[in-house]
Write a protein that binds this ligand. Structure first.
Ligand code: CP
Length: 322
């Protein structure tokens, strides 16, 4: 089957793997978000739907996760679907006895309608998709590569707030080198002609070369900075990142940890209409003193939207929504 490296969505999600935001055009984003708005109404009214009754979704998580795992499981259940949930595979799956992941994928596609995978190795989920013949594979985060469903939820959050994804200044702030949601979100933002992006990071953990090259190729207006004070007063969105300790040496972690914080002082320099985002988990990079500020959306709409977007995505890839 000729579906690699990335099959474009082109407004038709049915049966397609979701591996990278490079697969999306504006039409596909709009279709997903239109369905997401309907899913938000279902979930907010606690009216369980039977749209995915009879569907089984397998969640295979080789890495810890609260939101992505929990929201995919909740999304399936909100729509009447069921889940098979595999975590800690080294102990509880037959991979502990030496079974290859290729065989694991072939087995589970016989049991279900969609497989959602998180793995610490970049490119692993694409390899899984190359092995699957019958069901869509969804990337729930692969190494320092991509996290497309997080980025789709983030873009939905931005659109919900500003009623557009265009004519905005997005500031990414923190450890950028290993932070996969940024790779995926930057590629989505590149779809919009009047977006301005600023990447602010310590010198040791700047934006990775492939995302920088992608943005240059798409002629996106972006700049890189060391100092948040250079851009904060003009930011519409301040997107803060966690230091991805699990993907770096102890030495590098010690150099970066505690180097940047968002607190009340920084918040006072932001406009009233701006928002602060974070994919979470948050460690110490955002002070808890600002959690109740209306601009802080990370523990509020950004989390809820993760479930709504995943509800829409599951219904679309299974063909329950045409
Ligand atoms: N945002 C996110 O991916 O969080 P989890 O690691 O908890 O899934």
């Amino acid at each position: 089957m000729d579906k690699f490296p990335y099959e474009k969505i082109n407004g038709n999600f049915k049966g397609k793997d979701i591996l990278s935001t490079e697969q999306f055009d504006i039409k596909s984003v709009n279709k997903l978000f239109s369905e997401t708005r309907k899913m938000a109404i279902i979930a907010k009214n606690a009216k369980r739907s039977n749209l995915m009754q009879g569907n089984i979704i397998t969640l295979i998580f080789y890495e810890p996760s609260s939101r992505t795992f929990g929201s995919f499981a909740a999304a399936a259940k909100q729509l009447g679907g069921q889940t098979i949930e595999l975590t800690d595979l080294a102990r509880f799956s037959s991979e502990a006895k030496g079974e290859t992941f290729e065989d694991t994928i072939k087995v589970f596609e016989a049991y279900c309608d969609v497989i959602v995978i998180r793995h610490p190795s970049t490119g692993f989920v694409q390899k899984a998709a190359e092995n699957a013949s019958f069901v869509p594979i969804i990337n729930a985060g692969d190494g320092i590569g991509e996290h497309p469903t997080q980025a789709l939820a983030d873009l939905y959050t931005i659109e919900e707030k500003f009623k557009t994804s265009n004519n905005l200044h997005i500031v990414f702030f923190g450890e950028l080198a290993h932070y996969r949601p940024i790779n995926s979100l930057a590629k989505l933002l590149a779809l919009y002609p009047n977006i301005k992006i600023s990447f602010v990071s310590p010198a040791e953990v700047v934006l990775n070369a492939s995302t920088r090259a992608y943005l240059k190729n798409k002629k996106v207006s972006f700049q890189e900075y060391r100092n948040i004070e250079d851009v904060i007063s003009d930011a519409d969105v301040l997107y803060v990142t966690r230091v991805k300790k699990e993907f770096m040496s102890k030495k590098l972690y010690k150099q970066i940890q505690g180097k940047y914080t968002v607190d009340k002082k920084l918040l006072s320099k932001m406009t009233k209409k701006s928002i602060i985002m974070h994919a979470l988990p948050r460690i110490d990079e955002i002070s808890r003193e600002i959690d109740d500020d209306p601009r802080a959306v990370y523990l509020k709409s950004q989390v809820r939207n993760g479930m709504y977007v995943r509800m829409a995505l599951l219904a679309l890839v299974t063909g329950r929504i045409p």
